[in-house]
Design a protein around this ligand. Structure first.
Ligand SMILES: [Fe+2]
Length: 240
């Protein structure tokens, strides 16, 4: 006698959404994604036909950079989010976007977090940068302007950053890597893409518009690591 195993409809739909998004983004990112992202993706071994297991990915990330993935039901407020970063933990939203939000998910979802952020967490430079950002945020008073500025720095790097590579701006921010709509907007010839400058980024407000008004391009990947010391100098100067 056979026992019929029923696969929940939501699980089947999640698999389908993952596969379609995976195929489309990998095609779209060909020659557009920064090498650091491609290296991370290859090391993780993400597959188009399987929604990854968060626990297994967390073990791999921990092995490389000491970070861990923390499954969460919904996106966090900035203070709780930065608190996790300070502990070298990255929250992963376990819900995947519905079919009608393929191009643009207004909130982080499983695809954004796993496909966009996790490959980048395998890079020492980005991992240490995010850790420093979490610690810096934690040290600032609640509601302070400096916390807002640190949020902007996170936003214009880990979420929507680009880096110059062989004369071309390449994508490394998770909000770009995981969104077809945002990529098309970013690479449009009319969208401003100024060179990254820490002081400028800190005083650039984060807007709530559908797509970003501008994207900052690191002249080289090393500059992300260099700006940790630069940031510490700026914050120390404010306390003096
Ligand atoms: Fe994100």
């Amino acid at each position: 006698m056979f026992t019929k195993r029923t696969i929940p409809a939501t699980a089947t739909q999640d698999q389908l959404v993952w596969k379609i998004l995976f195929d489309r983004q990998t095609a779209l990112l060909h020659r557009r994604a920064a090498p650091v992202f491609n290296q991370g993706l290859a090391r993780l071994g993400l597959r188009r036909d399987v929604v990854p297991d968060i626990g297994e990915l967390s073990a791999t990330v921990r092995e490389h950079t000491g970070w861990q993935l923390a499954p969460v039901g919904r996106p966090f407020e900035p203070a709780a989010f930065f608190e996790l970063l300070a502990e070298r933990k990255f929250p992963i939203v376990t819900r995947i976007r519905p079919m009608h939000s393929f191009d643009f998910s207004p909130e982080p979802d499983l695809f954004h977090d796993l496909f966009g952020h996790v490959p980048m967490l395998l890079d020492e430079g980005l991992a240490d940068f995010l850790h420093a950002l979490g610690q810096a945020y934690r040290a600032q008073p609640v509601g302070s302007a400096t916390r807002e500025q640190l949020w902007a720095l996170y936003f214009f790097t880990a979420e929507f950053g680009l880096v110059q590579h062989e004369g071309k701006p390449m994508l490394y921010g998770a909000g770009l890597l995981s969104s077809a709509g945002e990529i098309h907007h970013c690479v449009n010839e009319h969208t401003p893409r100024p060179a990254f400058d820490l002081a400028t980024v800190l005083r650039t407000p984060v807007t709530g518009t559908r797509y970003q008004n501008q994207y900052f391009v690191l002249p080289a990947w090393q500059q992300l690591s260099d700006c940790v010391d630069e940031l510490a100098g700026i914050l120390a100067g404010r306390c003096a």
